[in-house]
Design a protein. Structure first.
Length: 475
């Protein structure tokens, strides 16, 4: 072989050897996996060192550092809010009549009422009762049963008849409620009591005229009319917000000419001037010369205040639940609408009203003659007495009725134009199964040519046959 070829072969051998070495050193080597350090809350990356995922493979030329997956801390479990256990029987005070410290003469009768709200979870039924618990009983019964149901959230007026003691002093009468199991409860979670607080004043040398009772005629004039009202300015009624008054429209006192007033009327006490007023329930203007018979019963009269509530009212009537009237279909009741007993807030009821005896419940009711719904919180003064020589029943018949009136033929009223008569419509005298409605506002007038009094419809509508009227008078 020529020398040049030997040199070329040797060079080729060297080159091939070098290439073989380069190819072997370029094969990648498998790296050993490094487990990540355990993350410790609150430490830094310097304290922990570099953290690598457990499955990562290290390339030979660079190290890839991955941030650790944060540890998820579960939110704490919040326990459910437990509803408080509902209290079955609980009441809340809303309002009252006869404010604390009201003064009375010895022996004076009055009606105390509390308006309470059922704030418990149970319905108050007729098995529940208002009960006297301590203090002075003030002549009241030991308990007064509910007249009907009072559902949770409803309000009820609880009334009790009381009498001022004969000895001058301050008195407190404490009351609670009693459920159908005989358990007492009261106001709020602490079962607080509620009360009547009065002061009995020593009698003066001249007894208060209102205590003795009185009847008089109120004539509306420009001097005493304000809007729908005629104000009574009389020492027997001024400053007496707790009086129970009765009124009847009188077309012509003494037998002269008269003035019509078509509206149904009631009474209200104006606390700004400390006077009672007679007003039109439909809020129409009071006519000049309209006249009204006014009665302040004596302290010994049997009186009550009836308030329409959710528990005693149905459709067009409010049921009276009182021991003095229950099971007494032959009683005589006189009623007058009272807008705000005791001088508080009031409620209008424009329809004409009457009384009727419910022979199913054996209780009397006050009802709207036009059959409209009886508004809740409408209030009525009620006078209770047995038939006597000064009271009688007038029934409209074919022989005593003409046009809009029924003529009264009674020895106590004939030829007596100065009589003061009070009238209440009676739907079913004696508790009969049927009766006659008369939606008109009524009054009395004296027929001078016939020398007799009449009951008449103020709106001139015809007097319905067989409609009946309880009449009480003073000569």
């Amino acid at each position: 072989m020529p020398r040049n070829y030997k040199l070329l072969a040797a060079a080729s051998f060297v080159i091939l050897s070098l290439l073989a070495c380069s190819i072997q050193s370029g094969v990648p080597q498998t790296a050993t996996a490094t487990a990540p350090a355990t993350a410790v809350p609150g430490t830094t990356s310097t304290e922990q060192g570099s953290l690598l995922p457990a499955t990562a493979t290290q390339p030979p030329t660079s190290t890839v550092v991955l941030s650790p997956t944060p540890t998820v801390v579960p939110s704490p479990t919040v326990p459910p809010v437990q509803s408080p256990t509902a209290i079955c029987d609980q009441a809340a005070f809303v309002s009252e009549t006869i404010p604390d410290g009201t003064t009375f003469a010895p022996g004076a009768s009055f009606v105390k009422s509390w308006r309470l709200k059922n704030t418990g979870a149970c319905t108050w039924t007729s098995s529940y009762a208002l009960v006297f618990v301590s203090g002075s009983q003030l002549g009241a019964p030991a308990s007064v049963s509910f007249s009907g149901n009072v559902a949770p959230g409803q309000e009820v007026d609880l009334m009790v008849n009381m009498t001022a003691p004969g000895t001058p002093a301050s008195y407190t009468s404490n009351w609670e409620l009693r459920n159908d199991a005989g358990v007492l409860f009261g106001l709020g979670p602490s079962n607080g009591i509620f009360w009547a607080k009065i002061t009995v004043l020593a009698p003066t040398s001249t007894p208060a005229p209102a205590t003795a009772g009185a009847m008089f005629v109120q004539v509306a004039s420009a001097a005493n009319i304000v809007g729908d009202s005629t104000y009574i300015d009389d020492p027997r009624t001024n400053n007496q917000p707790n009086l129970i008054l009765f009124i009847t429209q009188n077309w012509n006192p003494g037998g002269g000419t008269g003035t019509y007033n078509k509206a149904s009327v009631g009474v209200w006490y104006d606390t700004s001037v400390h006077k009672w007023a007679i007003f039109n329930e439909d809020q129409s203007s009071m006519p000049v010369n309209a006249a009204f018979n006014v009665w302040i019963p004596s302290s010994g009269a049997s009186l009550l205040l009836q308030t329409a509530t959710g528990s005693n009212t149905n459709q067009n009537y409010t049921l009276i639940n009182d021991a003095r009237t229950n099971n007494q279909p032959n009683l005589v009741l006189m009623i007058t609408q009272n807008w705000n007993p005791g001088g508080g807030a009031g409620k209008y009821n424009p329809p004409s009203v009457g009384v009727w005896y419910d022979s199913v419940f054996h209780e009397w009711s006050i009802f709207n003659e036009d059959r409209s719904a009886m508004p809740l919180n409408a209030a009525f003064n009620v006078l209770i007495f047995s038939p006597a020589t000064t009271s009688f029943l007038q029934t409209a018949t074919g022989t005593n009725t003409a046009s809009n009136y029924t003529l009264i033929d009674n020895a106590a009223t004939n030829d007596n134009p100065g009589s003061i008569l009070f009238v209440t419509q009676d739907w079913n005298p004696g508790g009969g199964v049927s009766g006659i409605y008369n939606p008109a506002s009524i009054g009395v007038w004296y027929d001078s040519p016939l020398h007799k009094w009449s009951v008449f419809n103020e709106d001139h509508s015809s007097m319905p046959a067989n409609s009946a009227y309880e009449i009480t008078l003073s000569n």
